[in-house]
Design a binder for this molecule. Structure first.
Ligand code: ADP
Ligand code: MG
Length: 390
């Protein structure tokens, strides 16, 4: 390639990623740790991953020249966000191995297709209806209300959703979403939320991380707790088995996160649903898996590197109890930074900042993981940190 020097690495040792956010940045770190060169495609000159990668191809995600350069530089390519245009992945796949596949990403991009996949795999999800036409909206059964109307595409962190109690509210919410394709889900009584990260190799081998227990605030992940007893073992095993069958049903290669709801069984609206339902999946590492960087012997990002480079997968082992706190822009003071010196004085604190210049409300700026010998230890230190950060 013009302008390539040996210091920039041969193609056989260069791994590529579509998207330059924090997930791409942590993938780049893991790849570089294992001796790979990296190339990131992201239009943003200051993207968190672009700034730490050997190559940053600064074009749009469907730019033919940018995609061609990525394919020429890399031996294999992955993605760090699910809204990467599936046609871009398909173009890359014409000349290089791309994992996860455009087909799998395409299903995860569309809530209706995603739910149809869950149903195909025999994994229960919330009762739902697809709404693409007025007739479909009119035909929604009463038992889906109260419910949550979600746009089929492009929703994240609770965006593109409306809670509706009546048919009138449903009609109004759909109108305010410009009548784009949606799914209406029955509102379920949640006891807790959890997620499972699985990694599946091209040879079909599948490993998983321990089940994460997640707390969301305003639709955004706030806290992940992972230690023995974070949820009943029988439920954890069911979630792991369900995540694995969802990955297998896709013929998936790469890292997949599957989110679940554990229902409050005493509630009438939970009757007949079996206690555990799948919520959604992300075809990539996930915010709820960040603790694995500090609390497991193999992180979710190393698993991504291994699946992409077709290296062996071995079951990750968690060696420390962990609590992860997301660091949103909300806690940044107007002129300065949060009190890291006080936080880092706590035992087992691991600070990860994503290199984003501007803190704004709801923006994921970094995360903090506390590791320790016991659940009680890490919960206590995380509470102290939360009190310091406000
Ligand atoms: P996003 O793609 O924005 O993460 P989710 O579908 O995961 O959207 O919804 C965000 C949060 O809203 C969930 O983590 C959960 O707390 C709540 N939620 C979503 N669907 C339901 C539901 N059917 N019943 C109850 N709570 C729900
Ligand atoms: Mg979610």
């Amino acid at each position: 390639l013009p302008g390539t020097t040996p210091a920039q690495g041969p193609r056989e040792l260069t791994l590529g990623v579509m998207g330059g956010g924090q997930l791409g940045r942590m993938f780049v770190h893991a790849a570089q740790t294992m001796g790979y060169f990296t190339a990131v495609l992201d239009p943003d000159a200051l993207s968190p991953a672009g700034r730490v990668s050997h190559h940053h191809i600064q074009t749009g995600y469907t730019d033919p020249a940018g995609l061609q350069e990525l394919a020429e530089r890399c031996v294999a390519i992955t993605t760090e966000f699910e809204n990467v245009p599936a046609q871009a992945l398909a173009q890359l796949a014409a000349s290089r191995p791309v994992s996860p596949s455009a087909a799998a990403v395409g299903i995860a991009q569309d809530r209706a297709a995603e739910k149809a996949h869950f149903v195909r795999c025999g994994v229960p999800c919330a009762p739902y209806a697809v709404i693409e036409t007025q007739a479909q909206l009119d035909a929604v059964p009463d038992n889906l209300l109260p419910g949550i109307l979600k746009t089929a595409r492009m929703g994240y962190d609770g965006k593109g959703q409306a809670r509706v109690r009546t048919r009138a509210e449903l009609q109004e919410a759909w109108a305010s979403m410009q009548q784009v394709p949606c799914v209406l889900e029955k509102m379920l009584p949640l006891q807790l939320e959890c997620s499972v990260i699985v990694a599946r190799g091209a040879d079909g081998q599948c490993v998983h991380l321990p089940v994460q227990r997640n707390l969301h605030r305003d639709g955004i992940l706030a806290v992940t707790e992972v230690y023995e007893g974070n949820l009943p073992p029988a439920l954890a095993q069911r979630a792991q088995a369900a995540a694995k069958s969802i990955a297998e049903g896709l013929g998936y290669v790469g890292v997949l996160c599957v989110e679940f709801f554990v229902l409050d069984d005493s509630h009438p609206q939970a009757q007949g649903l079996g206690g555990l339902v799948v919520n959604e999946m992300a075809p990539r590492p996930h915010n709820s898996g960040h603790y694995s960087l500090d609390a497991c012997d193999i992180s979710q990002f190393e698993l991504q590197v291994r699946t992409l480079a077709q290296l062996p997968l071995t079951p990750p082992r968690q060696h420390s109890a962990a609590v992860m706190l997301n660091l949103l822009g909300d806690i940044w003071p107007a002129n300065g930074v949060p009190a890291w010196d006080q936080v880092l004085a706590l035992p087992g604190a691991h600070l990860h900042l994503y290199g984003k210049a501007n803190a704004s409300k709801g923006r994921k700026m970094g995360h903090l993981t506390f590791t320790g010998a016991s659940a009680a230890d890490v919960r206590a230190t995380a509470l102290q940190a939360a009190a310091i950060l406000g």
